[in-house]
Write a protein that binds this ligand. Sequence first.
Ligand SMILES: [Zn+2]
Ligand SMILES: [Zn+2]
Length: 335
Amino acid sequence: MTVVETRVGEAPAEATAGASTEVEALVPDATKLAVATTREQTSRVSQVVTLVAVIGPVIGLFSAMGLFWGVGFRLTDLVLFVAFYVVCGLGITVGYHRYFTHKSFEAAWGVKVALAILGAMTLQGPVTQWVTDHRKHHARSDQEGDPHSPHLSGDGFVGTVKGLWHAQVGWMFATKGMERGRVYGRDLYEDRTIRVVDRLYLVWVALSLGLPFLLGAWIGGSWADGVEAMVWAGLVRIFAFEHATFAVNSICHTFGRRTYDARDQSRNNWFVALLVFGEGWHNNHHAFPKSARHGLARGQLDLSWLVIRGLERLRLASRLRLPTAAQLERTPRTA
Ligand SMILES: [Zn+2]
Ligand SMILES: [Zn+2]
């Protein structure tokens, strides 16, 4: 494993030489912009709205599962739901986010392709689009130009609700995919393998629904079982993971603990971290964007990091990036 000398939010020293240099140079460095925070404290209204927004759908989903149990939701559906949620979700957290966006480790060719396909199976868009949007988020975090900040829609109750709506869903109809140019994603535009995976996006979408259908029909022995599995492990699973991921945009910039001074409103939220495999340790991530590990403190469960370590053990991943102990002690903050 490589421990890279990295200042908070800055490119590692080794990025000035070697094959990955060009890629590093393409990723904008948010800290150079010296961004001021937009607001010092999260308001009470915002906290209440946030709690309802994040916990409500989870309670709703589990209630529906309970109500339908044995009637339209069976053990096979549950197993397939969990399996597809975890495996495809890791395509986003390990793949789209930590590997493709931030280059926090290096991966074998097969792993790269698999992660791009699994990420696409969450229906969050082709990898190039996702990465360019996310790099822009880091470069312009919580200020003009951030595609999904909850803090740019005004103050008070209306502004708070509008902001959370924009960060959770609204941005997809307004600011998503605005950065398809090469400014934020030239490395991916110039990667022929990724271009092919991107062009086949609809195939991965079909697979994301077709696989649960075929597995459900095969295990249950009827087409009706296939449809049932497709609904739960396909449609409902896509909905659940999508909202869990978007909670990182809205909740983790509004509600939670700020351990590091990351010059934006990013926060650590254990509940979101649980739902999205460590991505909820979002303040840690904004402070150390190139770190392969987001759960930096003891007890901060980070499934994505465990998977990356596992890939390293299997020699499928290498040069994992981590902040040094000295960096971790820098700019601590209590809030
Ligand atoms: Zn963020
Ligand atoms: Zn990021």
